[in-house]
Each structure stands twice: as structure tokens, then as C-alpha cells.
Design a protein around this ligand. Structure first.
Ligand SMILES: Cc1ncc(COP(=O)(O)O)c(C=O)c1O
Length: 379
């Protein structure tokens, strides 16, 4: 007999609780921008760019309209266009392959590693060896865990390919002591509200150690004009706005503390659920040194949809990131992929379930989630 738990409400993310903890500073920052009447780019954005360049260990950081635009701008700065191919993982958010296709280039995929959910370096090398048209590799640091960058960089270097890191979910994550976003040719970050450093609207950032690429991205984000009304090339309008920058600058000093709380929550889940008695797989440590920043804590479970419904009935918010791989999306049907082409990714898509892990999650609420999971398997 399942023990009935006292029902609570445990959202996947608790935006209100975070806002309550920083409300006065947020409102002061917003007033500062409104009083200045300078809403687009400007000083707030420049200061944020400087702060995040230092934080990501990058020489340059360029703010833009979204994480998707960051990927688009990075690809454009690498001259990716029609006829080119870009290698990425099939198990991720749509933006990686979507931005490639948006430029008239072709997304190609290599399967993921079953432990880290990130591009498998061996398969990456095999794909690069097979296809000389691949111009760039786009590893994703999915859920906040770093991809295995050294062998990916080595394979890309052997073929003279750019490496564009999709670090949208992974600000502050580290790979062998190096911060993500500064390891490849360029890094791309998102400030979508659900990210570890989330704004109050859309926003993104491109990081790089290459001055020429940083200048090009800065020009591309304002319609390819390094000087106002003089256009060297056709870019897009992807300017970060000052209100977002001001909000992000209030949140930024809290980021490491919030990440520490996420790490604590991940460790508590391991303690509470990791005794091997449940038919679930918890996220495992990567076989290389990393600092995981736990944007998501995704378990794998066969009866995933049933467990999600069970938790929903008990007031617990969860999410499926991502239910359908990119090679199986309707818009990419013409690429000719078949079900079964990337079995590790497809298995992940069928079994992942993200549990609440945000910094605001209290220990009693986390233990309630764990009890609810145990009761599902006992019931
Ligand atoms: C892995 C990944 N890449 C790219 C993006 C795109 O970022 P945005 O939503 O800011 O455009 C996201 C955000 O959802 C993401 O999770």
C-alpha cells in the first residue's frame, strides 16, 4: 500500500521566490534605466558584457537579442552559409539545428554519450571524417554539464572546423578547470528566464577570445553596421536592451550562490534516491573533470509519462526536455533521417524527466519530491 503524502505545491521553478529575495535591487535598477531613457545597448549592456567576459574567462562578450540569435550570429561570423554543414547533437533544444538551417546550411548530427547527454567525441570524429563539407561543430553543454571538449576540439582542429559552444544552459560550468564558452571558437549563452542567469525577457550573449570575431558579431547584431548607417554586410537586429542588462547585473552577483544551491540539491537527490533500489537512472558524473551547474536535473525512467502524471497529481512540476529529437522533427524530414539513426538520443528523449532543482527549492520540498517518486514505485 502506498503511503499518502501530505500534498504540497512544488513548481519546477519558483520565479516569485527568487524575485522576492532581490526585489528592491531589481526595482532600483529598472528605475535607473527608465530615468536614463536609454533603452537599447549603451552603458548597462557594456558593463554586463565586461562582467560576463570576465566570468566566462573570455576576452570578449557581445550581448544580443536571445540565445538563438547568439548561435545565429556566431554561425554568421564563421561565414556559415548555403552549402555548408554544421555538426551538432540531435538531443537538445531546437535552436542549434534551427539556426544552421535558417542560414541555408545543413544540420548534420552525431549521437550523444549516454552518461553526459552531450556529443559523443568518437562519433563526432567519425562524422567529420565522413563529410568534408562540415564547416563547424556545435557541441551543447546540455542541462548545465560540459561536453567532452578536448577530443571534440582535436577532431575539429584536424579538419579546420570552427567550434561553436552552445552554452545556453551552462553559464559558469567548467571543463577541466576552464569555463564553458571560452573553450571553442565562440560560446553562446541565453538569458531566457528559465536559465541559471535569466532575464525578465529575451537576451543572449556571444563570447570569444578572437577580437575579429567579436567585432564582427557586434556589427552583425546591428544590421552589419560597424558605424551607424554604414553597412558592410547584411546582419540582423539583435540588440540587447538596457532593462534586461540592468536586471541581469542585479542577478549576476548571486549566480555562484544560486549554483551552489543547485549543486546542493543535486547532491540531496543522489542521497535520497541513489541507493539503487528504484528503477530510475540519476544523472551520473562525467568521466572527465567538470563543474556541472544543474540547469536541469534529469532522471531517466521507463514509465516516464506515468511518473510525470503521478507527480503532477501531487503538486510537483516536472518537464520533458526534450520529447522529440531534432532529426525527427517535421521541418527536417527532407534531411532523410530515420527513426533509430541516433538510438542513444532517441532513448533519452523517451525516458528523461527533469525534476525541480532550482536554488529556491527547500529541502523539505525536495524530500517530498523523492517520497512521491518512491510512492509511485511502491503503489
Ligand atoms: C541548449 C539551448 N540552446 C539554445 C537556446 C536558445 O536560447 P533562447 O531561448 O534565448 O533563444 C536554448 C534556450 O532555450 C537552449 O536551451
Amino acid at each position: 500500500m502506498a503511503v499518502e503524502l501530505q500534498k504540497r505545491s512544488v513548481p519546477l521553478l519558483d520565479f516569485q521566490a527568487q524575485y522576492a529575495s532581490i526585489q528592491a535591487d531589481i526595482l532600483t535598477a529598472i528605475h535607473r534605466v527608465v530615468d536614463s531613457q536609454r533603452f537599447i545597448l549603451g552603458e548597462e549592456v557594456e558593463k554586463l558584457e565586461q562582467e560576463l567576459a570576465a566570468y566566462t574567462q573570455s576576452a570578449y562578450a557581445v550581448g544580443c537579442g536571445s540565445g538563438s540569435d547568439a548561435l545565429l550570429l556566431a554561425l554568421m561570423a564563421c561565414d556559415v552559409g548555403p552549402g555548408d554543414k554544421v555538426l551538432t547533437a540531435p538531443f537538445t533544444f531546437f535552436a542549434s539545428a534551427g539556426t544552421v538551417a535558417r542560414l541555408g546550411a545543413i544540420p548534420v548530427f552525431a549521437d550523444i554519450d549516454p552518461v553526459t547527454f552531450n556529443l559523443d567525441p568518437q562519433r563526432t570524429r567519425e562524422a567529420l571524417d565522413r563529410d568534408p563539407k562540415i564547416k563547424a561543430v556545435m557541441p551543447i553543454h546540455l542541462f548545465g554539464g560540459a561536453a567532452d571538449m578536448d577530443p571534440i576540439l582535436e577532431a575539429a582542429r584536424d579538419r579546420d572546423c570552427f567550434v561553436i559552444e552552445d552554452a545556453a544552459q551552462a553559464i559558469g560550468a567548467e571543463y577541466k578547470g576552464r569555463r564553458v564558452g571560452a573553450i571553442g571558437t565562440m560560446g553562446c549563452f541565453s538569458f531566457y528566464p528559465t536559465k541559471n542567469l535569466g532575464g525578465y525577457g529575451e537576451g543572449g550573449l556571444v563570447t570569444t577570445n578572437h577580437e575579429a570575431l567579436a567585432r564582427r558579431v557586434a556589427s552583425l547584431r546591428v544590421h552589419g553596421s560597424p558605424r551607424r548607417y554604414y553597412h558592410d554586410e547584411v546582419g540582423l537586429n539583435s540588440r540587447l536592451d538596457a532593462l534586461q542588462a540592468a536586471v541581469l547585473r542585479v542577478k549576476f552577483p548571486h549566480l555562484d550562490g544560486w549554483t551552489a544551491a543547485r549543486e546542493r540539491n543535486a547532491a540531496l537527490y543522489r542521497q535520497a534516491l541513489g541507493d539503487g533500489s528504484l528503477p530510475i537512472l540519476l544523472p551520473e558524473a562525467a568521466p572527465y573533470q567538470t563543474r556541472h551547474v544543474w540547469n536541469q536535473f534529469s532522471i531517466r525512467v521507463e514509465k516516464r509519462d506515468e511518473l510525470q502524471a503521478w507527480l503532477r497529481e501531487r503538486g510537483i512540476g516536472t518537464e520533458i526536455y526534450y520529447p522529440l529529437c531534432l532529426h525527427q522533427q517535421a521541418c527536417f524530414r527532407s534531411l532523410g533521417y530515420q527513426p533509430g539513426d541516433f538510438p542513444v538520443s532517441e532513448k533519452a528523449a523517451a525516458s528523461v524527466l527533469a525534476l525541480p532543482v532550482s536554488p529556491e527549492l527547500s529541502q523539505p520540498d525536495l524530500l517530498y519530491v523523492c517520497d512521491a517518486i518512491r510512492s509511485f514505485f511502491k503503489g
